[in-house]
Design a protein around this ligand. Structure first.
Ligand SMILES: [Zn+2]
Length: 452
């Protein structure tokens, strides 16, 4: 009989722990929903600063704003981490129109892709149409040389998670200009990587390999792309295009970092990216993620939580066109002999949170899954293997044993707004944003208590 007593005590204390955790998590959500500041703070970031591509004055304003806001929450430390950033500018002239053999014109709404070169005045050439990068690579250079390559592949609407459709089409933007340049193309235009058919172009970064000539490249609205495909079915079409972008020498910028010190020196990083594209207001991408993380810090501080490990919030700079912020953060962590055990990123918009994607071993996934019953009342139903985030990704190069997570949200609307003039504050729902902040704070709390 006596042999069972320790087991009974163990079960009782486990239950008590779970009960205490549930009570604290309830307090986190209450604080976020009753006293939340994330929505008003996001409004300031979007409306007073707005679009903030790294290297811009607005990005520097955002750094000052983020540092000041974090300082106002009386965290243990707030500081800047210096980084180098690439420095691409869109310029002013940005126009394009197609012209068929009867002289009809079709005006195209375009946005240069990040990394594009200038057209140096008006560029005019015949369009060669391909569906995707595989089709492009199958062409011989005499089919492409001196022409403008037009890539047409649309999002596959059957994907339930729109990030999966985006991932499938990503090479159109990320790789096609480089491949077309190798074949002698003058320029590249693509169908925007977006879910809906509408008139808004969506920009984003493209990359050229060393030694490959940087050529002009732009995205057109999905509606324009569909119209242009129809035109091309009736014969030869010429494209006129003017872009005025330039890549300046690398510049200095900063990640913004704040900490609540732990009882030991192990580090839990939470973060998102402070930079955005240079159109819209960067509300969902990634103003919302920035607010999730700043608000999580505020909530844990307000509830007087004393963590076992140091909770470090990082507002990363330059995720969008280089990820120099994330790369530098990881490299310096290793150089400074820091011990990183967990990182969580929010970079999928301010929509309804649904759970967490986990990067780690089967055992690490099981560690997170043990919280399912605590998370269930908050509709955080999906704890599964998946992606974490671009900014925290490089940490795993140096800390392969660490756990990483990405806040999973309802993805249905994200690619209506992503990298376009439509990504504005008005499209963010206050309660959904607050629930996201509470979700991050909750996961930090549960993992901080669990990880040794
Ligand atoms: Zn983002």
């Amino acid at each position: 009989m006596t042999r069972f007593i320790p087991i009974l005590i163990l079960f009782t204390s486990l239950n008590l722990n779970a009960q205490n955790d549930s009570i604290f998590v309830r307090q986190i959500f209450d604080e976020a929903l009753e006293n939340g500041q994330s929505y008003e703070n996001l409004k300031v970031l979007c409306k007073s600063i707005g679009a903030r591509i790294s290297g811009s004055k607005q990005a520097e304003d955002a750094i000052r704003w983020g540092r000041h806001l974090l300082k106002s929450y009386n965290l243990d430390t707030v500081y800047l981490q210096e980084i180098q950033i690439p420095n691409w500018k869109r310029g002013k002239a940005e126009k394009a129109w197609a012209e068929n053999s009867t002289g009809e014109k079709l005006t195209l709404n375009i946005l240069a892709l990040g990394g594009s070169s200038s057209t140096n005045g008006l560029l005019k050439a015949e369009i060669v149409q391909v569906k995707n990068v595989d089709e492009l690579k199958a062409l011989s250079s005499d089919k492409v040389k001196g022409k403008i390559v037009f890539l047409t592949e649309a999002f596959d609407q059957k994907h339930i998670n729109t990030f999966s459709a985006y991932g499938h089409c990503y090479p159109l933007r990320g790789d096609a200009p480089n491949e077309a340049s190798k074949l002698g193309a003058k320029a590249v235009v693509i169908r925007s990587l977006a879910t809906p058919t509408d008139n808004f172009p969506h920009t984003g970064v493209t990359e050229f390999e060393d030694g490959v000539k940087v050529i002009p490249c732009a995205a057109m609205s999905t509606q324009n792309a569909d119209d242009l495909v129809k035109w091309l079915s009736n014969g030869k079409v010429m494209l006129n295009m003017e872009l005025d972008c330039a890549t300046l020498p690398n510049a200095t910028s900063y990640n913004v970092i704040a900490e609540i010190k732990g009882k030991d020196n192990k580090i839990i990083t939470i973060g998102g990216h402070l930079d955005s594209w240079d159109v819209g207001e960067g509300a969902h991408d990634d103003g919302a993620g920035i607010m999730h993380n700043i608000e999580a810090m505020r909530i844990l501080k307000t509830l007087n939580y004393k963590p076992n490990h140091t909770i470090r919030c990082v507002l990363f700079m330059n995720e969008e066109n280089g990820n120099f912020g994330g790369e530098t953060y990881a490299k310096l962590a290793k150089e400074n002999n820091e011990e990183h055990i967990l990182a969580i990123e929010s970079d999928r918009g301010g929509f309804l949170p649904m759970g967490f994607d986990v990067v780690g071993t089967t055992e690490q996934l099981a560690t997170v899954k043990q919280f399912e019953t605590i998370l269930y009342p908050y509709d955080l139903l999906k704890i599964k293997e998946g992606h974490s985030g671009v900014d925290i990704g490089p940490l795993r190069k140096y800390y392969p044993e660490m756990i990483q997570m990405g806040l999973a949200i309802n993805s249905q609307q994200y690619f209506n707004y992503h990298h376009s003039a439509n990504d504005v504050f008005e499209t963010v729902n206050k309660r959904e944003l607050e629930l996201g902040a509470a979700s991050i704070a909750t996961m930090v709390y549960l993992m901080d208590k669990t990880l040794k």
